[in-house]
Each structure stands twice: as C-alpha cells, then as structure tokens.
Design a protein around this ligand. Sequence first.
Ligand code: SAH
Length: 248
Amino acid sequence: MMIDKSASRLYVTDRLEQVRNVHLTKDQSHYLVRVMRRKIGDAVVVFNGLDGEWHTTITNAGKSSCTLLVDQQIRPQIIEPDIWLVFAPIKKARLDFLVEKATELGVANLQPVLSDHTDVGRINHDRLCANTIEAAEQCERLSIPVVMPLIALDVLLRNWPQNRRLLYLDETGQGEPLASMVNPGVKDAILVGPEGGFSPPELGSLRALSNATGVTLGPRILRAETAALVALACWQSFGGDTCVKRIR
Ligand code: SAH
C-alpha cells in the first residue's frame, strides 16, 4: 500500500489487528497533537514488535489522549537478527549516542555490565528504553531492543548461555579480526569493555569461557562506543543482515 512518507511512526504496546482502537499514552498524544500538529483523519504508522507494521488513522486528537484506528497492515513481523550488545556504562551523552546507534544497527538486546574498570556505576533504565524506542521509530525497525538491568560482568559470565557465542572486543590486539568470525544465522553477543579496558582477571575469565572468542577491530584503540558500533555494523554486514531483506 502507498504510505504517506510524512506519517509519524510510533511504537505501541497494544496488539495490532484490523479495526482495533489504539489509545496512545499522554506523551505520545502530546507529541502527535501538540508537537507534530496532527489532526483527526491523519495517518500514523505503528508497530509493536509482534504484529508487524500497520497503517492507522487518528480518530480522536486530544492533547493528552489520542486514539488511532488500525486499518491495514503494511509489513508482517519478521525475525530480526539475534545480536546482543554487552557494554559497560559510559558518560551520559556517549551512552545516549551508543544506545541510539546500536538500535539503528539492529541490536536485539542491550546488556549493561559493571566491570573492574567501569567508571560509571549506574544507568538510567527508563532513559535508555526511551532512547531505544525513539531510534526504532525513526529507523523503521519492527521491534525495539530489550534493555536488561545492570549486572556484574563476572555474574553474567558465570551464567553465560551455552547456545550463544560471546565475541569480546579485545583491545590488546590478540584475537581474530571480527569479520572473519561472523557467520549468518549464528546467535552472538558482542562485549565491549569500558574506557579503562578489561582487567587482567577479566581477560583471564573471558579466555577461559568455552563459547567466548576474542576479536580485534584493528590496530587503533577505539573509544568504547566507537568499538561497539563498528562491531555491530561489521556483524550485521557479514552475518545478521545478510539473512534479512527490507521488504518495503
Ligand atoms: N584503556 C584501554 C582502551 C579501552 S577502549 C587501553 O588503553 O588499552 C574501550 C573498549 O573498546 C575496549 O575494552 C575494547 O573492548 C574496545 N576496543 C577498542 N579498540 C579496540 C580494538 N582495536 N579492537 C578490539 N576492541 C577494541
């Protein structure tokens, strides 16, 4: 179907099917009606991570309570690349950037971890979630990444799932080039260290973990967010995205 390119695109939590009403949150209603100046009859594109992407029409344009009528499916839900990003929290502006770009690059799961040299000890979970939603709406993804609670790296490693490889970005130069380690269809996680790098005991635990592999991104020392994003882009172009095509 023809979609008005200027239609706003929103993530909603309701199930989506034909002739269903979707009630937007106060913030979403404010955004549509006050900020975007949308009116009754205008088109809005919505997705919920489960039922694909749908065309809807505004039927009630209240400034704090807006209703959409779901009318036609634009794209069915697809299985998206299964890639996790495990990262140590960094300073606010860089973290916002990292989360926005990782979402655009199709990350499925964002796992913040505390490591020995992590210097930011907390995350604002709601803020990270809001960043993922905004980026997913903008980049036309059909899902939003899951943002996991902050945990200690050693706890994560002790409970690491058997069926997922952990590709850890090793700035010491040891390890295989990432591109040579990526295969379409394999479940992976990318682990990026903090600005202070991994501690020797952490590198020891990583090297001892059976399904973890050290990878290098080349001879330059990248900032944590650069390393994470380069790794995701590389993983997607040699693995994940080679299995999934854009339909529209
Ligand atoms: N302070 C450390 C650098 C940390 S860079 C030092 O001086 O050695 C932050 C993180 O980015 C690293 O822990 C690593 O996971 C990743 N990284 C940076 N450059 C990298 C590279 N060339 N190859 C692999 N990983 C890299």
